[in-house]
Write a protein that binds this ligand. Structure first.
Ligand code: NIG
Ligand code: FE
Length: 416
């Protein structure tokens, strides 16, 4: 039982939240000045002006732990809807290579990149992966992130894809951060299938997807639809197979080259299309029409030293936008969603209000959790962050540092 008292400002993201926010709706934060929040068990019992929260607490006659949020900003626990967090090792040497002119794709095609993380992940035991991933989850939590999506895709053979997803399942049970799993066996064509990529696609669709579904190890299916990785046609085959087994489609689309990924996402009814640095105008239009969420990853553009996605164009076209770290060992090795929020604002010109919407309720929609998280409303899960900031604008102004002061997950203080 926690009473968060006297917050300078509370970002509630209060509804209607049945659909992801678009256009002007992305700027409606449901702000309360001098707010109070009462948490009971794992649930939010009351959110409103602090005077009313205090009366609620007094009338209940119960004992509450009090968190004084005077002068502070209170917001929903941040949600990161796109990570590759379960992997072994790191790839700092690639940064040096890229600084000397090698491209991300050249490094991958030469056997580095995803292939090098795949080799390390295949060698690692489940226990080792749990230890490495747990540290990353601790960092997410310290940065105010209380729920993440986690993709497989560094196993690229049945037993190792299952191993990654089992690690995610185990950490979901053991760690305060909630994980939502995505099967991404189609993250790269493994070296042993280089001569026959279609045979690998068949392994993904006929063996891996049924096995993942049988063990209930994932809710979503994703594919790296990219020139030199999986073609739009192969991507469609993978995502359609996922659908038949109850895995909802997501797609890494138009990240490095334009490849009609946005169009494909709309056509197959994907929940989200991710990256979209090079999406076409037609792709944007089709996504807006079908309500496909654009999950944008400006940390990846920053780290790959390339132009970020055209967020303004997407928002103006009516596409719902969410933001994410893309936490992975190659193209975005950070757990700081707040820094990615800074980049969204400063490099893609999203407003501070749009940025918050994109990391709370819209991100929750992208992983099918908007009924439970992503806003501070009575009845929802008690995932709350207190920032050392007097108002929400300040989060994008005092940039590049961690302003998180307190994190409450399912009604328990986990960072203080
Ligand atoms: O989203 N684009 C494909 N996958 C990741 C990078 C994975 C890696 O480099 O290890 C991404 O950027
Ligand atoms: Fe990714």
């Amino acid at each position: 039982m926690i009473y968060i008292r006297n917050a300078a400002q509370v970002v509630t993201m209060a509804g209607p939240n049945d659909k992801p926010r678009t256009g002007a709706g992305m700027s409606e934060l449901g702000l309360i000045e001098n707010g109070g929040i009462v948490l009971e068990g794992e649930t939010i019992a009351f959110v409103g002006p602090d005077e009313e929260a205090r009366r609620y607490v007094e009338a209940s006659g119960r004992e509450y732990e009090v968190i004084d949020a005077s002068g502070k900003l209170v917001a929903p626990g941040l949600v990161d809807p796109h990570t590759h967090v379960v992997f072994a090792g790191s790839r700092e040497k690639e940064l040096n290579m890229r600084l000397q002119g090698a491209t991300y794709m050249e490094i991958m095609n030469a056997g580095g990149g995803i292939h090098s993380s795949t080799a390390r992940t295949r060698e690692a035991s489940e226990e080792q992966l749990v230890i490495e991933t747990r540290k990353r989850l601790d960092r997410f939590l310290e940065h105010g992130v209380t729920t993440i999506e986690a993709k497989s895709g560094y196993g690229l053979r049945l037993e190792d894809e299952l191993k990654q997803l089992r690690v995610a399942r185990r950490l979901n049970e053991e760690h305060p951060v909630d994980l939502v799993s995505t099967f991404m066996g189609a993250h790269a064509v493994p070296k042993e299938y280089k001569a026959d990529p279609d045979a690998y696609v068949k392994l993904v669709t006929d063996v891996m997807i049924p096995a993942v579904a049988a063990e209930g190890l994932a809710e979503y299916c994703d594919v790296f639809c990219e020139e030199g990785v999986f073609t739009p046609e192969q991507s469609r085959v993978v995502l359609e197979a996922g659908k038949r087994w109850g895995l909802k489609p997501k797609i890494h689309a138009d990240e490095i080259e334009p490849y009609a990924g946005g169009e494909l996402a709309a056509e197959i009814g994907a929940v989200s299309a991710e990256h979209l640095l090079r999406v076409s105008d037609e792709g944007i239009r089709a996504m807006a029409e079908k309500g496909v969420i654009a999950v944008l990853l400006p940390g990846t553009a920053f780290f790959l030293m390339t132009k970020p996605a055209e967020a303004r164009k997407m928002i103006e076209a009516g596409v719902p936008v969410a933001l994410s770290t893309d936490r992975n060992p190659g193209s975005c090795p950070t757990e700081s969603l707040p820094f990615v929020m800074n980049l969204a604002c400063l490099t893609m010109k999203m407003t501070p209000a749009e940025v918050l919407t994109a990391c709370t309720i819209n991100a929750a929609h992208a992983i099918g959790r908007a009924g439970r998280i992503g806003s501070l409303e009575a009845g929802k899960q008690a995932d709350v962050v207190v920032f050392d900031a007097p108002n929400y604008l300040y989060l994008q102004y005092h940039y590049g540092v961690n302003l998180v002061e307190t994190v409450v997950k399912k009604g328990k203080t986990v960072v203080a």
